[in-house]
Design a protein around this ligand. Structure first.
Ligand code: 13P
Length: 283
C-alpha cells in the first residue's frame, strides 16, 4: 500500500502526535532519495512539488516519475503540490493523480480565498484528493521584520475559514518563514494549540529548515502533523554537488556526482524523519 491519501497519513500522525516529513523535491534524483530514506526508516512520507518544478518538468513526466518510484515502495507516501495560487496547475495536478494540493490564495482577501478554496476542495474531493489551506502567506526569511506575530488573522477568522472550506490541514503563520533563518525563529506555539483545539484538524508547519529540535518536538506535540522542509534539501543537493566537484576537479563522471548528491539528500531526509518521530511509523 505505497500511495495513500495525504489525509490518512496526517490523521495517524495527528492522533499519535508525530510529524510527517513533507519534503520538497526538485528532480528525479531528489524524489528517489527522499523515498529511499523513508523506505529505509519505515516512515510515512509526503513528497512535495513546487509549482516551478512541476511546470519545469511537466505534469506528466513528474507524475510518471512518482508512479515508477512508488511502484515497489512499502511505506505510505503521498504526492503534494506545495503553495499553488494557479487554479489551472491545481486542476492539472488533481486530474493527473496528486494526492493533495496547497491552494495558496494568501494574496487575495480572506473572503475571496475562502470562496475559491471551497471550489478547490470540491474539485479535490472528486479526485479523492485533499487540500491544505492558508490565509496569511509566508515571507522569505530575508524579508522578516520581527513583526510577523502581529500580521496574522484572528482565531475566529481561521476557524471560520477551516469550517467553511473543510480543508484537511491548515497552515498558519506563527513567525515562520521560508529559507534560512539567521537564528532559530521566535514562534507562536500557542497559536498552534489554539487552532488545533478550535478546529480539531492537523496543522502544517511551514519553514521547517533551521528550526531547533526542541521547537519541532513542541510544535508536533501541539498538532503540527505535517512538517515542511524545502531549503534543507536544496542545501544538501547543491553543497554535496559543489563539494564533490571541488574535490574531483578532473573527474567528469556524472554518476559519481549523482551518488554523492543522493547520499547527502538521503541523510538530510533521514535526520528530519528521526527528528519528527516518524521513524518506524509505517503501517
Ligand atoms: P523551508 O524552505 O524553510 O524548509 O520551508 C519549506 C516549506 O514550508 C515549503 O512550503
Amino acid at each position: 500500500m505505497p500511495v495513500v491519501p495525504t489525509r490518512e497519513i496526517l490523521a495517524r500522525a495527528f492522533a499519535e502526535r508525530y510529524g510527517v516529513a513533507a519534503i520538497n523535491v526538485v528532480n528525479d534524483l531528489t524524489m528517489e532519495a527522499v523515498l529511499a530514506a523513508a523506505e529505509e526508516l519505515r516512515a510515512p512520507i509526503i513528497v512535495q512539488t513546487s509549482v516551478k518544478h512541476v511546470l519545469m518538468t511537466g505534469v506528466d513526466v513528474m507524475y510518471a516519475m512518482w508512479e515508477a518510484m512508488t511502484a515497489r515502495l512499502t511505506v505510505p507516501a503521498a504526492l503534494h503540490l506545495d503553495h499553488c495560487p494557479d487554479r489551472t496547475v491545481i486542476t492539472a495536478c488533481l486530474e493527473r493523480g496528486w494526492n493533495s494540493v496547497l491552494f495558496d490564495a494568501s494574496k487575495l482577501s480572506v473572503e475571496e480565498n475562502q470562496r475559491q478554496c471551497i471550489e478547490v476542495v470540491a474539485e479535490a474531493r472528486r479526485h479523492g484528493a485533499d487540500v491544505e489551506g492558508e490565509i496569511e502567506g509566508f515571507k522569505r526569511t530575508e524579508e522578516m521584520t520581527g513583526d510577523e506575530a502581529r500580521e496574522v488573522q484572528s482565531l475566529e477568522t481561521v476557524v471560520a475559514f477551516v469550517r467553511a472550506t473543510d480543508v484537511d490541514v491548515f497552515a498558519p503563520a506563527i513567525g515562520n518563514a521560508h529559507g534560512t533563518y539567521r537564528s532559530a525563529p521566535t514562534l507562536d506555539a500557542q497559536r498552534v494549540t489554539d487552532i488545533v483545539a478550535a478546529t480539531g484538524k492537523p496543522v502544517a508547519l511551514h519553514g521547517g529548515t533551521g528550526m531547533a529540535p526542541a521547537q519541532f518536538s513542541d510544535l508536533i506535540a501541539r498538532g503540527c502533523a505535517k512538517v515542511n522542509i524545502s531549503t534543507a534539501l536544496k542545501i544538501a543537493f547543491i553543497r554535496s554537488g559543489s563539494d564533490h566537484v571541488a574535490g574531483h576537479p578532473d573527474e567528469f563522471d556524472p554518476p559519481k556526482l549523482f551518488t554523492a548528491q543522493r547520499a547527502a539528500v538521503m541523510e538530510m531526509a533521514r535526520s528530519h524523519i528521526r527528528l519528527f518521530g516518524s521513524e518506524g511509523k509505517a503501517w
